[in-house]
Design a protein around this ligand. Structure first.
Ligand code: GDP
Ligand code: CA
Length: 314
């Protein structure tokens, strides 16, 4: 790790990886990312960790830029074999990607800590930022719809986020032990950033680990969140619908209320400026700025904005 301001970013998959790339692309930052393992699930006997892999592939420059997830220039011949063998193949796992899942599963079976595996994979692919797991224990987001409980990937990928979400559970969270890496990243952080990831299924599972929640709460660094909701909608994914169906508001006020006293400052988009005062009523500083990241320059600009704010807040 280079010198520089220690930034610890809590991030899910695609939205989180965008801001992670922004921080990784500016100088003077020593970046550690605490990722989400709530999306993890076993497929075809292999342990798949979609959000962690999205972070890794993005920072390694291997990501499929068109979809924002998966490996670029991917093939799906292994999945074809599984399909002809009668297996469910709604979870799109590419050939290159499957190589990583084989490696992860092999090392887990040997008894290696999932955090160490994630670290080794990131290093092997040339990622310089730290990617740490909140826990080495199994923690899986479960989703309740009218048909009952299902896994997160069944809801997200198989059902295409179609059913209304009536409840969420972070199975295993209560008993999950925080990794020393996650605790150190929060204790030593000079700035803590909550990425514009889905608050309920990307950020909440990280903070559902009691030791992580405690370290987050006790951390001295300014805590700055970026809203994933712009003009009452998520740029992509079910965040707005979920906030609404679980009793919150699907706008920046709902995001501010969701994070409440956890954070010091919330960044919202210019289009939401009319709701600034109402969002600030939750007690956070609400800053209006451009939070849409369409390209590398916009990712870096948002990362710099967060850095400047934290310096002023300190
Ligand atoms: P997932 O795990 O792949 O679903 O991704 P995340 O949970 O990390 O991020 C999903 C969220 O990112 C969605 O709610 C989007 O609204 C949000 N998002 C995506 N792109 C942007 C962006 O450029 N700016 C902001 N502010 N939010 C974004
Ligand atoms: Ca995710």
């Amino acid at each position: 790790m280079s010198g520089g301001v220690k930034v610890t970013l809590l991030a899910g998959g695609v939205g989180g990886a965008k801001l992670a790339e922004g921080f990784a692309g500016i100088s003077g930052v020593d970046l550690t990312i605490i990722g989400n393992v709530g999306d993890d699930e076993e497929f075809h006997g292999l342990w798949v960790s979609p959000d962690i892999d999205t972070l890794t592939y993005t920072l390694a420059g291997m990501i499929d830029r068109n979809q924002g997830w998966g490996v670029a220039d991917e093939g799906h011949r292994a999945l074809g074999t599984l399909r002809s063998l009668g297996q469910d193949t709604w979870m799109t796992l590419g050939d290159k990607d499957l190589g990583l899942h084989i490696y992860r599963t092999m090392r887990r079976q040997r008894g290696d800590r999932p955090s160490v595996i994630a670290h080794d994979v990131a290093r092997a692919f040339g990622v310089t930022a730290g990617i740490v797991l909140p826990t080495d224990d199994t923690l899986q987001t479960r989703v309740r719809t009218a048909s009952g409980w299902c896994s997160f990937q069944e809801y997200f990928v198989r059902d295409g986020c179609g059913p209304e979400v009536m409840g969420l559970d972070y199975a295993g969270a209560e008993a999950a032990v925080a990794t020393p890496e996650a605790i150190t990243a929060l204790e030593e952080a000079e700035i803590i950033v909550v990425a514009p990831s889905n608050p309920l299924v990307s950020i909440a599972p990280i903070l559902a680990v009691p030791g992580v929640a405690q370290a987050f709460d006790e951390a001295q660094a300014p805590k700055i969140a970026v809203s994933p909701i712009i003009a009452g909608a998520a740029l992509k994914g079910p965040a707005a619908d979920m906030l609404r169906s679980l009793g919150g508001r699907a706008d920046v006020v709902g995001v501010a209320q969701h994070y409440g006293a956890l954070i010091d400052c919330l960044l919202i988009d210019g289009t939401d400026a009319p709701q600034k005062e109402e969002a600030a009523a939750t007690g956070q500083d609400v800053i209006v700025t451009d939070i849409v990241m369409r390209n590398a320059a916009e990712k870096r600009r948002l990362a710099r904005t967060v850095m400047d704010l934290a310096v002023r807040a300190a």
